[in-house]
Design a protein around this ligand. Structure first.
Ligand code: PMV
Length: 329
């Protein structure tokens, strides 16, 4: 059944990886070389509207009221091409997307964006797909987007080359554990090296790439067990090791990729010192950018937030909690 009007709107939350994805097993199919595990983050929400229109000559993509640059537009077009092929349609679409992140959080997210786009596009095309297929479609645009299709705690397995249908799967719903993530925003600028370029450069030049790929499954297993048992210290330790191993691998590329800024390191040291000296139960992670995210229990949120707000170079903090999966709105 085709969407009655050929249009649909969906929203999805961003996510943060507790066990990191870094490296592709198959570049054209965008398959991750390592398993990753994430928490979907409320309130970092993207809302996307898709409208197929026979009068359009090409797909248009507007993000936060600005026409997207050509590279971004092409990524959107590639996803729409797949939907059109499945639905047997030729109409081009107008895509309007909005990040409802608190003002200038500096956290633009392809994960929430492509998850919302995949859900809205398949609905607008009238395709009766389950979440697994939506996740697989989103994964081809951005692997972390596959995870944002689901709420709570989510796993994206490593892909075998050629495994075109790989999708994320939910591990535990958002009610499983009332963890908090305090995001410390440390810079306003866009990251200098996008994740795809960073991963491919790391794979091609870093002597630590193979060891990272070999070590990642055991780290993901420790993260999975920590989540399953709601054991914050063991989850936190595995998450920090996954983060530092991923960054060490990227830093060892030629030339090295360094996402951290001075404030990143200040926040890391502040958290670790508070943990070691005051017993604060908070652990950190950092994605392909300079922001630091601290994982803690609800009872420690105020303490962690005060600590990070007071760290030199931290521009602002933002408290997130486990969010739900993608939905049509
Ligand atoms: O899916 P991408 O291309 O946005 O890459 C995400 C990479 C990291 O954020 C660094 C790790 C992760 O698993 O989300």
């Amino acid at each position: 059944m085709k969407g009655s009007s050929g249009e649909a709107r969906a929203e999805a939350f961003a996510n943060i990886a507790l066990a990191k994805y870094w490296g592709k097993a198959d570049v054209p199919l965008n398959l991750p070389a390592v398993p990753s595990i994430s928490i979907t983050l409320d309130p970092l929400r993207t809302e996307t509207h898709v409208r197929f229109d026979p009068d359009l000559e090409r797909d248009g993509f507007e993000l936060d009221q600005v026409s997207a640059e050509e590279g971004e537009r092409r990524r959107v077009e590639a996803l729409l091409d797949q939907v059109r092929a499945e639905a047997g349609m030729t109409e081009r679409a107008r895509v309007v997307s909005r990040n409802h992140f608190p003002t200038a959080a500096g956290l633009a997210s392809s994960a929430s964006g492509f998850a919302a786009l995949a859900a809205a596009a398949r609905a607008a095309a009238g395709l009766d797909w389950d979440t697994k297929r939506i996740s697989s479609l989103a994964r081809q645009a951005s692997a972390s987007a596959a995870r944002s299709v689901f709420g709570g705690f989510v796993e994206l397995p490593a892909g075998e080359p050629g495994d075109a249908d790989l999708a994320a799967r939910p591990l535990f719903a958002e009610q499983h554990w009332d963890l908090c993530v305090v995001v410390a925003v440390t810079a306003e600028a866009r990251k200098p090296v996008g994740s795809t370029r960073g991963m491919n450069h790391t794979r091609n030049t870093s002597p630590y790439y193979r060891p990272w790929v070999d070590a990642a499954p055991a780290l993901a297993e420790r993260v999975r067990a920590g989540v399953a048992h709601r054991d914050l210290p063991s989850l936190g330790a595995a998450m920090e090791q996954s983060t530092l191993a991923m960054h060490a691998c990227a830093m060892a590329a030629d030339p090295g990729i360094l996402y951290w800024q001075p404030a990143t390191l200040s926040a890391i040291h502040a958290l670790r010192a508070a943990r070691e000296q005051d017993g604060l139960q908070a652990w950190l992670t950092v994605d392909a950018g300079p922001h630091v995210k601290a994982l803690c229990a609800e009872s420690d949120v105020d303490h962690v937030k005060t600590l990070l707000d007071g760290t030199e170079g931290v521009l602002r903090t933002l408290v997130c909690r486990p969010g739900s999966g993608v939905k049509l709105v």
